[in-house]
Write a protein that binds this ligand. Sequence first.
Ligand SMILES: Cc1cc2nc3c(=O)[nH]c(=O)nc-3n(C[C@H](O)[C@H](O)[C@H](O)COP(=O)(O)OP(=O)(O)OC[C@H]3O[C@@H](n4cnc5c(N)ncnc54)[C@H](O)[C@@H]3O)c2cc1C
Ligand code: SF4
Length: 508
Amino acid sequence: MTKNPEIDNHLKIQTGEDYINSLRNRDLLIYLMGEKIVDPVEHPMIRPSINAVAETYDLAIREPELASVISPFTGERISRFLHIVHSAADMVLQNKMQRKLGQNTGTCFQRCVGMDAFNSLYSVTFEIDEAHQTSYHVKLKEFLTKMHTHNYVVGGAMTDVKGDRSLAPHQQEDPDLFVRITKRTDEGVYISGAKAHQTGCINSHWMIVMPTMRLGENDKDYAIVGAVPVDAKGITYIYGRQSCDTRSMEGGEIDTGNNTYGGQEAMVIFEDTFIPHDHIFMDGEYDFASLLVERFTTYHRRSYVCKSGVGDVLIGAAAAIVEMNGVEKASHIKDKLVQMTHLNETIYATGIASSYQGHQTKSGCYLCDDMLANVCKHHVTKMPYEIARLAQDLGGGLVATMPSEKDLKHPEIGHLIDKYLKGKSSYTTEERMRVLRLIENMTLGRNAVGYLTESMHGAGSPQAQRIQIGRAMQLEYKKRLAKVLAGIENAGDTVNELSGYFERVFKI
Ligand SMILES: Cc1cc2nc3c(=O)[nH]c(=O)nc-3n(C[C@H](O)[C@H](O)[C@H](O)COP(=O)(O)OP(=O)(O)OC[C@H]3O[C@@H](n4cnc5c(N)ncnc54)[C@H](O)[C@@H]3O)c2cc1C
Ligand code: SF4
């Protein structure tokens, strides 16, 4: 895949350090703030996002049962992020790993989009083959084997830039506003267009390109799913700015708030990028685009339990600052910490319940419960904002007005900062400043991208979940329950509603 032959042929990434080294000497065309980036690995604005992915490998070494599996394709131990789930327990373990990584990094560790893309494609390719006598499923398994062999990072590229949201892809004035096939040859297809907000794309080895919404017959050329190496010809990456991102270029380590870890999003532009047949898993089967989007979002919306791990860090920061301020015993303070925990565990509870209530698809791969996945993600569009509000309440105004690290370390005024920003005597001023900066980082700064805006829009904006919840809520059944108790219908009419969501609820 890469222009570095050593990486392509021999590499099996095991540690975080192996992973970081695998990103060196690649030939990616990346722009950041108007400049071409030759060495993203050593770039201070990019490196924290690389460290967050590296932690997924290191966790797999420290806690192999949690973050790795034995590949059924290679027999070797690989990252759980590359695993096809074959039981509800497998999905639950994905969630536990996500919570732990949220705790360890305090940010988005970027690998779940690819994981959820693989799993949704596993069942969807199986069902496309059944309907259209194609051979996508076996090609996907071969591709997965390759990913397992090298233990690669794979990103998921679904969201198109979309132009006028009221128009279908083929109706747009500019046809490239959704990624589409521009040319077909005997060897494969060429694609053009752009994907927005791509999490961890520059930190990946491969990307899976997928359609973003339901497609019709006229959108056939937009019905493309394919795997692309991130350094394929014709790809340009334009790095997304994050709030306070240039603080990491100032040389200090306090003002960044979380100096080690960060997330990454970029716009990915394809200009006649080639995908060979071996790496194509949908080509023109527009009738399966909505099924793919639905299954992907079902997995991905309960993957947002990652935010409960990040929430643990923010609750911890809030608890630490109130102690440093000497107010930890006040009843309203304790109550706010309880409220934050209640919200955080509500996210976790619905996500993990979705996994526990999963079921098997025809391919053998498991799928989590769509109602509970949507409820989980819908909570995530609101609860982290309330948790962040409470953290800012408990942190005090210094979260937003505190002087800089340079002032603290200044030869003339440093002693003034040290004196006047002191809290409880058992903590240093610097310790207090570090916690305040972490709260700023997570609620206003770089990692607010992952904790707040990504919570709002990632895996679909709030309305997308309400639509799915509305579709699955079985109102007719609930009306019958009410009518029987109200004496309008006979009891016999209400029993055995064993379809959809309630089939899963009452499955013994
Ligand atoms: C931090 C972050 C990371 C992300 N990572 C990834 C990733 O790795 N891979 C990936 O594929 N995607 C990713 N996404 C994209 C995410 O799925 C989208 O942001 C989401 O689907 C919303 O799309 P949008 O941003 O284009 O907003 P829009 O679609 O413009 O939505 C804005 C508002 O308009 C409403 N709206 C949109 N269309 C319509 C319509 N037709 N009718 C009525 N109302 C409408 C929405 O409900 C919403 O309220 C990420 C997003 C963020 C913010
Ligand atoms: S937002 Fe959460 S689920 Fe999505 S990639 Fe980041 S860590 Fe994973």
